[in-house]
Write a protein that binds this ligand. Structure first.
Ligand code: AMP
Length: 683
């Protein structure tokens, strides 16, 4: 038979299970014949040693020992050095997993190469990816990653073969607390809410006894045994033992020897419960929060499943019974439930065995993520950074969510969009954890205006997230690269956003209709208006050219940034050089002079009468619009308003005025163009 493993890769202990030939899940023994393998590695003896022996070396004070590395999983900056080699948490987990795999193979007498591995529900994307990688390095095909409470529910689900139940999984281990609500039906286990506190676990209960005893000893002898690390560590071991004894007995004694003084203190269960009351309350607050988030009351629960060694404490049982009005559901060993559930899932996923039907129920699982995922954006009025949530917590996975964001892009199309992925519920960027920096490039140009970018987060069944983005108009997926998070994250988001100004070069051609009717006052006013226009433009960033037309077209000046040259050219505009009629239009010249230019391109066309072939002129003007050269039409006197609107790129770009206001109109346009050259970026 081909076996698959369920692996509970724990912070302090790990365990492995499989589904046997009869279709029943069972815990496998390690090489010492034990069901729990300490998650500890010793490097001192040349080869790495994993498990009980490594833990003993640690107790003897050896320093070449790695433990608690699960806490640093996915942290790119964390490594430990043994024998001149750096080990990442992934490397260390891989060594542990290889040992678990080898021991399982010995127990089964058969090779195994696929597994489901469990992770805490609060594990983020990188922590999950790191876990999958560790499994692969250890020679395992990782069928799936599942949340520990979900695995536990799966274990209870099969043993009960129940009809519909809504259960709460209360998982209190050595260093973490997780609470999850699951709905168990005949065919599926659905997680409907989860939360956790990974700074709370059995270790905190041990510490409370140690602190209490340290105080007693100081009162009696004036010296503090907690000042000495060896005495303190020894005391912690005794306190953990005392705590476990208090799960079965009403009182116990702990002795302390320090600096030649010896004392034994009695601790009763009620004293212990009093000194750890606030820790129990922390689990209660979180539990009730998850219930209220799921809009459930205690009495609506069919039962509470206990997972993790610390749930053996009677105070946990009392609390659960008091609140739910029922005893917790029992029948699954609290230390083994997670590995058992993972083995059941591995069997379902591997589809290798015909004995599947022997499982009392083969259930589908529906997991949720325990944290919201978002990104840093700028608020509406550009005054501060905010955390904008894309995937809400407790959404069922796999899941895909998309949200639109505005982005200023440069016409050259060289804009970049930096997405800082956050985990957390707060609006405030300072209250979030940062998971990564994703940089999108190759954003299509949209006339230098704001683009709508649709950003999608997709969670797969392992809770690993994939980020993608599309520009709304082109629907084209944007190119993505992942970059390391900058050092100043999140501090940079505490400041108001700096509006980086990207100045795009402006190219403007003033095209003046210099037919006979412009003679005299109109020409004088047109020149005045042109001078005013030039003086309002920022020539460090703007090139201005001149075109005159009537029966023919003449380029008086190619666009340049030289104020003197432009002024001279304006001065030199004369009637008659291009004839006196209205045969010509300036749009082909404007098009040819500008289409190769990168930057913002404008043709400002002044007309005072009716042109001979207006429909043709409109056609040629439209060619300019298409090539992203904007046409601004200004008319006065006998100009045709309708025609002006048609040659202009938009209604806002068409102006009808009179001679007295020509200068003001040109000045206003110059100011607006200067403004449009400055574009904002989000980052
Ligand atoms: P786990 O991480 O699930 O293996 O849980 C380990 C934690 O459970 C440690 O803090 C142990 O001290 C605690 N634990 C194990 N057995 C008992 C017990 N009988 N009473 C109280 N705590 C226990």
């Amino acid at each position: 038979m081909k076996y698959s493993l369920g692996i509970d890769l724990g912070t302090t202990f790990s365990s492995v299970a499989t589904v046997d030939k009869t279709g029943r899940p069972k815990i496998l023994s390690n090489s010492q014949g034990k069901s729990l393998t300490p998650s500890v590695i010793y490097f001192g003896g040349g080869e790495s040693i994993v498990g009980d022996e490594a833990k003993e070396m640690q107790a003897l004070g050896e320093s070449e020992v790695a433990s608690f590395f699960k806490r640093s999983m996915g942290d790119h900056h964390f490594f430990l050095n043994f024998g001149g080699r750096d080990y990442t948490p992934t490397d260390l987990s891989a060594i542990l997993l290889r040992k678990l795999k080898n021991d399982a193979e010995s127990d089964l007498g058969s090779s195994v190469n696929q597994a489901v591995i469990t992770v805490p529900a609060y594990f983020n994307n990188f922590q999950r990816e790191a876990t999958i990688k560790a499994g692969e390095i250890a020679g395992l095909k990782v069928l799936r990653i599942i949340n520990e409470p979900t695995a536990a529910a799966l274990a209870y689900g099969i043993s009960k073969n129940s009809s519909r139940q809504t259960a709460l999984v209360y998982d209190l281990g050595g260093g973490t607390y997780d609470v999850t609500i699951v709905r168990i039906t005949k065919s599926a286990i659905e997680v409907i809410g989860t939360d956790g506190d990974h700074e709370l676990g059995g270790k905190d209960w041990d510490d409370r006894i140690a602190t209490y005893l340290g105080e007693c000893f100081r009162d009696d002898h004036g010296i503090d045994p907690l000042d000495d690390s060896i005495t303190f560590n020894d005391l912690l071991v005794r306190c953990e033992d005392a705590k476990k004894q208090l799960s079965n007995r009403n009182k116990t004694r702990v002795s302390i020897t320090y600096q030649g003084e010896r004392e034994a203190y009695e601790i009763t269960r009620s004293m212990f419960e009093e000194m750890t009351k606030d820790l129990m309350e922390r689990t209660q607050i979180l539990t009730e929060q998850v219930l209220s988030d799921a809009r459930l009351k205690w009495k609506e629960l069919s039962g509470v499943l206990l997972v993790g060694g610390s749930t053996r404490m009677p105070m946990v049982w009392d609390y659960v019974e008091r609140m739910s009005g029922k005893k917790p559901i029992s029948g699954v060993n609290v230390d083994e439930a997670v590995a058992i559930g993972a083995a059941v899932q591995a069997q379902i996923d591997s589809k290798t065995s015909s004995s599947l039907f022997l499982l009392s129920a083969t259930k589908k699982i529906q997991d949720v993520m325990s944290h919201s995922l978002g990104l840093i954006a700028v608020n509406e009025d550009n005054t501060k950074y905010i955390n904008s949530i894309i995937i809400q917590k407790n959404l069922a996975i796999p899941a895909l969510q998309t949200r639109p964001y505005k982005l200023s892009v440069s016409r050259r199309g060289d804009s970049k969009l930096e997405v800082y992925m956050t985990q957390g519920e707060s609006d405030d960027p300072m209250g979030c954890t940062y998971l990564g920096k994703y940089v999108f490039s190759d954003i299509p140009s949209i006339s230098g205006k704001e683009a709508i970018i649709d950003i999608s987060y997709a969670y797969n069944k392992n809770g690993v997230v994939n980020v993608s983005a599309k520009e709304r108009n082109s629907k084209k997926p944007l190119m993505l690269s992942v970059e390391p998070l900058p050092e100043d994250i999140p501090d940079r988001f505490a400041m108001p956003p700096v509006q980086e100004e990207v100045r795009e070069h402006l190219f403007v051609y003033l095209a003046f209709d210099l037919s006979g009717s412009m003679n005299g006052q109109p020409l004088t006013e047109a020149k005045k208006a042109a001078h005013a226009f030039v003086s309002q433009c920022d020539l460090t960033n703007t090139s201005i050219g001149l075109i005159s037309f009537s029966d023919e077209v003449f380029v008086d000046l190619k666009a340049c940034q030289n104020a003197k040259k432009i002024a001279k050219s304006v001065k030199g505009l004369t009637i008659g050089r291009t004839g006196y009629g209205n045969d010509a239009h300036p749009f082909d010249e404007i098009y040819n002079l500008l289409y190769r230019r990168s930057g913002l391109r404008y043709g400002i066309v002044l007309a005072d009468g009716v042109w001979r072939n207006q429909p043709y002129a409109v056609k040629r003007a439209k060619r300019c619009h298409k090539a992203e050269t904007e046409i601004i039409g200004i008319g006065f006197g006998h100009a045709d308003r309708d025609f002006l609107r048609q040659i202009s790129s938009s209604d806002q770009n068409s102006f009808f005025t009179n001679l007295n206001e020509l200068t003001e109109t040109f000045s206003t346009i110059a100011q607006e163009l200067t403004e449009s050259g400055k574009l904002r970026r989000l980052f």
